[in-house]
Ligand binder design. Sequence first.
Ligand SMILES: [Zn+2]
Length: 116
Amino acid sequence: MHELSILIETVRIVEELAEQHNIEKVGAIVLQIGELSSVVPQFMQEYFPLVVENKPIFKDTKLEIEILPGMAKCQECQTEFNVVENEGYCPKCRSFDKDLLCGQEFLIKEILVPNG
Ligand SMILES: [Zn+2]
């Protein structure tokens, strides 16, 4: 359940940013999570209300999560493919030897401020 500690850290960073920019209310936090990262988006959503409880700037704040695809390049035939969709195997030559290109990210993409 490391999502909880990741989420606490994320909220702390957003709080700091909000303070630096005199933001009194956060409308939404947009995260980008790679599908090969070890973070489970569903847990993030479940824990979010608990983590921001008692923090007025996060009242009614939405947590939005964008999933980034996990892509790899086959070491045998250089084909680029989606790791999850192909269960880790190159769809062309069925090799399991690959270099990961992306999909392990965890980023705070943006913080949205409500209108008005
Ligand atoms: Zn291949």
